[in-house]
Design a protein around this ligand. Structure first.
Ligand code: NOJ
Length: 530
């Protein structure tokens, strides 16, 4: 794939559809709502949208429990609405990436209903059914990612079924060839409708140990952690045979032109990069969540960039993610000033960045009162701070009631700051985080050095992280102050340069060198003289 491939140069923007734009007043975002906001996305300058699941679903896990892989849930609209969205996105040069949830279905999926109807049903083996131990307990010690045992007892047929997430999300048996075929056909259904790629949910979970061995205990487990951490997930995920499945999915996408396969993978670096597959036959972009999981500190971040770059297989394309619908927002984690520095980091690293809706307007920490909690994980394991509602609150479009998100009651409360911090206001404010995002995107689009160019670390001392990006004759220095004190930084080789963009206001076009003063919490992009 050449450097010009859209998913290498482009920026992916994740939309959590329930929270982006409601068009029918039911308090839940929908496809027509997204369509109404395409002009905004084109204005912002992103290249692709990834939409979290919109398929038919009882919504036990807000769409990650699919009851029909080829249907649109009425909450979000219809297939016709979807087709119109794709057509209008494409007309604006925006690609559309869907979420594909192959590890599990809803327990309301007709396949599961058949599977649980009898032990001899032809679809019995489509799911993972096991006998109880002689004492009646579950077949092994595997824990659900949302807490509690991962095995649910089925009274009618006298066996347990496995669910890595909610009991309403039974895991499919990906060792079964018919399951694979049915799921690949579902991919083709959407590819035939012009979808440009998929983000594949928990792709590293698809194959489990053939012998269903117990996971070993985790000696580092602490009582305030999610229960899943009690054991190390040695046998329940990341099995060698999963790579065969990933490359089969990739081959389905290759029946079409320039489609992208993104894998959701939470694994240590050395395991993560195996998902590029043998000879790059796996995922184009195994999601890299390192920035989400790392302390906000120059030295640690520099080390992880170097480790990631070094771990990439030959020809493997890097990617970076700062937030998603499962993780505390970046603004909540590091505060509003550093969230601006983080935006500069995300959009100047080598590889494909994925932005999360709302980060560009600086949504920060939103408190969700316990009675408003929606996330099933929060309900299963309350009080540990695991709930994902705070990062799923509605987008703020204007200063009207409910921020222009809905004319009804929003399904989750909005960030109380919505009246002063919304797209309409921020887009005309030259100093806003939204303007910063837009200018970063614009610069990245204008200069290949910032997207596909080479990366060289310059310094990672104290609070300052600085690196160079270069392509052809262009050289940029990105200097990020991750702390709250000013710092003086010498420019590499004593050169001079011109400030292209600061995360603070009023510095562009300033000529600097042979050193530059970085203000507290400031990030700079400097075009170096060559
Ligand atoms: C990962 C998704 O991102 C998350 O939201 C979901 O709950 C689980 N997979 C289960 O599908």
């Amino acid at each position: 794939m050449p450097e010009t491939t859209w998913w290498k140069r482009g920026i992916v923007y994740q939309i959590y559809p329930r929270s982006f734009q409601d068009s029918n007043g039911d308090g839940i975002g929908d496809l027509n709502g997204i369509r109404q906001r395409l002009d905004y996305l084109a204005w912002l300058g992103v290249h692709a949208i990834w939409i979290s699941p919109i398929y038919t679903s009882p919504m036990a896990d807000f769409g990650y429990d699919v009851a029909d892989y080829c249907g649109i849930d009425p909450l979000f609209g219809t297939l016709e609405h979807f087709e119109r969205l794709v057509a209008e996105a494409h007309a604006r040069g925006l690609k559309v990436i869907l979420d594909f949830v192959p590890n599990h279905t809803s327990d309301q999926h007709p396949w599961f209903k058949e599977s649980r109807s009898s032990r001899t049903n032809p679809k019995r083996d489509w799911y993972i059914w096991r006998d109880a131990k002689p004492d009646g307990s579950p077949p092994n010690n595997w824990i659900s990612n949302f807490g509690g045992p991962a095995w649910a007892w089925d009274e009618a047929t006298g066996q347990y079924y496995y669910h890595a997430f909610l009991k309403e999300q039974p895991d499919l048996n990906w060792r079964n060839a018919e399951v694979r075929k049915a799921m690949y056909d579902a991919l083709r259904f959407w590819l035939d409708r012009g979808v440009d790629g998929f983000r594949v949910d928990v792709i590293w979970h698809l194959i489990k140990d053939a012998e269903f061995r117990d996971n070993p205990p985790n000696p580092a487990f602490q009582a305030n952690q999610a229960e899943i951490n009690r054991f190390i997930q040695v046998y329940s995920a990341d099995q060698p045979e999963v790579h065969e499945v990933v490359s089969e999915m990739r081959r389905v996408l290759e029946e079409y032109r320039e489609r992208v396969l993104i894998g959701e993978i939470y694994l240590p670096l050395e395991r993560l990069v195996t998902y590029y597959g043998k000879d790059l036959s796996g995922a184009h972009l195994p999601f890299n969540f390192q920035l989400i999981q790392t302390a906000w500190n120059a030295r640690t971040i520099a080390a992880l960039i170097n480790e990631y770059e070094a771990a990439l297989p030959e020809g493997g394309w890097p990617n970076w993610v700062l937030g998603n619908h499962d993780q505390p927002r970046i603004g909540a984690r590091i505060g509003p000033q550093q969230a601006r520095v983080a935006a500069m980091l995300l959009l100047t690293l080598r590889g494909t960045p994925t932005m999360y809706y709302g980060d560009e307007i600086g949504i920060g920490k939103v408190e969700i009162p316990p009675e408003a909690a929606q996330d099933p994980w929060e309900r299963n394991e309350p009080g540990l701070g695991l709930g994902r509602d705070p990062e799923r609150t509605p987008m703020h479009w204007d200063g009207s009631a409910q921020g222009g998100f809905t004319s009804g009651e929003p399904w989750l409360p909005l960030d109380p700051q919505f009246r002063s911090s919304h797209v309409e206001g921020l887009r005309n404010d030259l100093d806003s985080i939204l303007t910063l995002y837009r200018r970063l995107i614009e610069l990245r689009r204008q200069h290949l050095a910032l997207s596909v160019g080479g990366y060289t670390q310059v310094t990672a001392e104290g609070d300052v992280l600085a690196y160079e990006r270069q392509h052809g004759p262009e050289r940029f220095l990105v200097a990020l102050n991750l702390g709250h004190e000013p710092h003086t930084l010498p420019l590499p080789y004593g050169t001079r340069g011109r400030v292209m963009l600061s995360t603070l206001s009023g510095r562009s076009e300033e000529s600097v060198g042979p050193q530059v003063v970085l203000q507290a919490d400031e990030g700079l992009i400097i075009a170096l003289e060559v």
